[in-house]
Design a protein around this ligand. Structure first.
Ligand code: PGA
Length: 250
């Protein structure tokens, strides 16, 4: 049985004082959660978040990293830097980074390899645009993104990747894929991983759904055969709402 993993993606929101208050509020609400709880916060909140989750079951992630260890890359943060302050997870290849910051399948692949080399666990985002979906290309797009992202990884590394299937048309729009539809897409990703790395490895990979997840649809989405939790944007900004998503099964 795969564990459910539910991650908040705060995007470019929240200041340090808000981070501290949020974690204070969230901690008692999720303390008995069976799911893994992760908050992916802005760089400027990481240190405060890490200090304030000590002794709780909440884990902290970043939202991006550079693939190089160090050097003349003004404005960038490396995996080594994240690891040095105690960060455990890092989102890689979010569609907003692919769209606005020139992230490609190739840089995603380099970043995943770099993340593993520092002991960070990558949450890798894949997903189709609306026009790709309408052209019937969803499976082709998301399996190709997955294959390119994982290229050159060992089976053990693949087993430790978290994939977030996020249809781009569902992000921040209030539109969610139906649970059957999302589950089918997630299954196609798992089948592709099985083709390349074998069934045993594919069965171990956590594949989340993301795109307008909220407390009212979390249970339906997370109760399907293949969706192992969610990457939650807007609805993760309020501790009460996020805790209801984490505790979807109660
Ligand atoms: P959303 O964002 O939940 O606000 O749709 C999800 C994401 O972008 O990870």
């Amino acid at each position: 049985m795969r564990k459910k993993v539910i991650a908040g993606n705060w995007k470019m929101n929240m200041l340090p004082d808000e981070t501290i208050r949020y974690i204070e509020e969230l901690t008692p609400l999720v303390k008995d959660s069976k799911a893994e709880v992760i908050l992916c916060v802005p760089y400027t909140d990481l240190f405060y978040a890490l200090l304030n989750v000590q002794g709780t079951n909440i884990k902290i992630g970043a939202q991006n990293m550079h693939f190089e260890e160090k050097g003349a890359y003004t404005g960038e943060i490396s995996g080594k830097m994240l690891k040095s302050i105690g960060v455990e997870y890092v989102i890689i290849g979010h569609s907003e980074r692919r769209e606005y910051f020139a992230e490609t399948n190739e840089t995603v692949n380099k970043k995943i390899k770099s993340a593993f080399s520092y002991g960070l666990k990558p949450i890798v985002c894949v997903g189709e645009k609306l026009e790709e979906r309408e052209a019937g290309k969803t499976v082709e797009i998301i399996t190709n993104q997955t294959e390119k992202a994982l290229e050159g990884l060992s089976n053990e590394q693949v087993e430790n990747v978290i994939i977030a299937y996020e249809p781009i048309w569902a992000i921040g729009t209030g539109k969610t894929a139906t649970s059957d539809d999302a589950n089918d897409s997630v299954k196609s990703i798992r089948t592709k991983i099985a083709e390349i790395y074998g069934k045993e490895t594919a069965e171990k990979v956590i594949i989340q759904y993301g795109g307008s997840v909220k407390s009212s649809n979390a249970k339906e989405l997370f109760s399907t055969s293949d969706i192992d939790g969610g990457l939650v944007g807007g609805a993760s900004l309020k501790p009460d709402e996020f805790s209801k998503i984490v505790n979807y099964d109660e």
